[in-house]
Write a protein that binds this ligand. Structure first.
Ligand SMILES: Nc1ncnc2c1ncn2[C@@H]1O[C@H](COP(=O)(O)OP(=O)(O)OP(=O)(O)O)[C@@H](O)[C@H]1O
Length: 513
């Protein structure tokens, strides 16, 4: 049987006339439309020379046709490669030269620049639907609807997603048809999705969260989703009476909590709020429960592994924990150096194995080999522990390490202590160049509304709770932490902002206030 994701999706669609995607502007596309349009587009891709195994790199704004392009690429047996719409031409150069796509699809504004980059690897360039430029949708109007989905094996590639680059250069994670289908099916069962669900989809579709967790789960359960171009609290609250579920990054929930319209009544028709991609503060979890009566369901995954853990659907959704390993996923905590498995409650690196785990990094066999243990477990780089009930807690990222005066310090431990101080909303701890210590521990803090907590109060509160070498040298207050679209704190931006702190401390801290 054909293991192509699209073939398996088509077999699972029970009611083709049903709406698959609606836009907030009121357009709708049914499952039958999705099949027809993806067939037309797949015919266009093949006519443009896209062959099975070729990469199709796509950097376009979120839209229904953009999602159909993902399905069409997979149908054609090619490898879908979505790119963050925020990437500049200079950044695109790396992705295009690394992935060597045969086709690049871009927005009209980048047409000329992308042409030059694509020419270097011999790739064709198209837009989705721009007037006067190569347009796939326009060509699809004249193409045949019938398309025989290309035969693929389960471990052939369906997509390459570059990691977010939060901790270093982005790497291309190779995801197979089996990886994507198995994870979607697992999540559908675990989160009880049925054809009756309506998801508010406000995530970008270039990242694993919006593309695979949200879109694949909905399509494979025959449910519907309402596509929003981006997060918009007013719009989400307006749509809630027509919806049953929301998937978001923690920032969504923080922003919705600031909206006076968020009440028990407004959320009464919803059955599920999922959070992931970055840590959800326990405080946000509790506040959400108090305001709405719903416990946010937090889950944990990454580009390389799809989803690994989830809080339960029934049962305790523990604030600050990422839940239990999903069915079929083996998860353990090990010593980062030796790989020796650690016991309950002990901190180590989280390692996972299962049908969800990727095939390796694109054209990086050595990097791939070094990230897997000999018994096949993938070393996530996230530090965590498993408690007595089996819940996984993330306590930091192995790659997010400060080396100060020769000591290794994990920022998360300090952030947790600071976040517990009354008057603190959240914090990010970074290492900033320091002439004596190498890196000076620096706490960047956001106060709770109307709180007046200051540097001295924070340092006093930490004294005695943390070893002296872990105490911040400086505490700086900001109105909000810089975050990327996926809600991840951009520590690189903070490090850059405060790079001179220990050179000219007065100046740098004054400019930050
Ligand atoms: N619920 C969660 N709680 C805490 N962290 C989470 C959660 N969900 C995801 N993450 C974090 O996000 C990471 C995965 O992010 P992603 O794959 O988007 O790119 P990245 O790891 O930030 O990029 P790079 O590897 O290039 O630095 C996980 O390894 C984990 O650190």
């Amino acid at each position: 049987m054909n293991a192509n994701l699209f073939d398996r999706l088509e077999r699972s669609i029970a009611a083709p006339p049903k709406t698959a995607i609606a836009t907030s502007a009121g357009e709708t596309i049914s499952y039958a439309d999705l099949i027809a349009l993806s067939g037309r587009l797949a015919n266009v891709l093949v006519a443009r020379g896209v062959k099975p195994g070729d990469r199709v790199a796509v950097q376009v704004e979120k839209s229904v046709p953009a999602l159909v392009l993902y399905l069409a690429t997979v149908r054609a047996g090619a490898v879908y490669l979505p790119l963050n719409t925020a990437y500049t031409l200079a950044e695109l150069e790396y992705f295009i030269s690394d992935a060597e796509p045969s086709l690049v699809v871009c927005d009209p504004g980048k047409w000329e620049g992308v042409q030059q980059l694509a020419a270097k690897v011999g790739a064709a360039v198209e837009t989705l639907d721009a007037q006067g430029l190569g347009s796939l949708i326009k060509a699809a109007d004249d193409a045949a609807e019938a398309f025989t989905t290309v035969q693929r094996a389960g471990d052939d590639l369906a997509a390459i997603l570059y990691t977010s680059g939060t901790t270093g250069r982005s790497k291309g994670a190779m995801l197979t048809h089996d990886n994507l289908v198995s994870n979607a099916q697992t999540l559908i069962k675990f989160w009880r999705f049925t054809a009756d669900d309506v998801l508010i989809h406000a995530l970008p579709i270039y990242h694993t969260h919006g593309l695979f967790v949200a879109s694949n789960v909905i399509l494979f359960s025959g449910a519907s989703m309402i596509f929003l171009p981006k997060f918009d609290a007013d719009e989400i609250l307006r749509l809630m009476p027509r919806a049953t579920a929301l998937m978001g990054v923690p920032t969504f929930y923080v922003r919705l909590l600031q909206h006076p319209g968020l009440t028990k009544d407004a959320t009464s028709g919803m059955r599920l709020f999922v959070s992931g991609s970055a840590p959800l503060l326990a405080e946000t979890h509790r506040e959400w429960s108090a305001r709405t009566g719903h416990a946010i369901l937090e889950r944990y995954g990454m580009t390389e592994t799809n989803m690994n853990t989830s809080n339960p659907y029934d049962g305790d959704r523990v604030p600050g924990a990422v839940g239990l390993p999903l069915p079929g996923v083996s998860l353990r905590v090990a010593d980062p150096e030796t790989g020796r498995v650690r016991g309950t409650g002990e901190i180590g690196v989280i390692e996972v194995k299962g049908p969800n785990v990727f095939k390796g990094y694109w054209r990086m066999p050595e990097k791939t080999a070094s990230e897997f243990r000999p018994d096949g477990f993938f070393i996530t780089g996230d530090l965590g522990k498993i408690d007595e009930r089996g819940y996984v807690h993330i306590v930091g990222r192995g790659k997010d390490l400060i080396i100060t005066g020769g000591f290794n310090v994990y920022p998360k431990e300090i952030e947790d202590e600071i976040d517990a101080i009354p008057g603190v909303f959240e914090s990010a701890v970074i290492g900033v160049p320091h002439k004596d210590l190498g890196e000076g521990i620096t706490a960047v803090v956001v106060r709770s509304k109307e709180a007046r907590v200051d540097e001295a109060a924070i340092l006093t509160a930490l004294d005695g709770r943390l070893a002296r070498f872990k105490l911040p040298k400086r505490v700086i207050f900001v109105d909000e932490l810089p975050r990327n679209t996926m809600g991840k704190v951009q520590k690189n931006v903070l490090r850059q902002q405060f790079v001179d702190l220990y050179v000219s401390p007065t100046q740098a801290s004054q400019s930050a206030r």
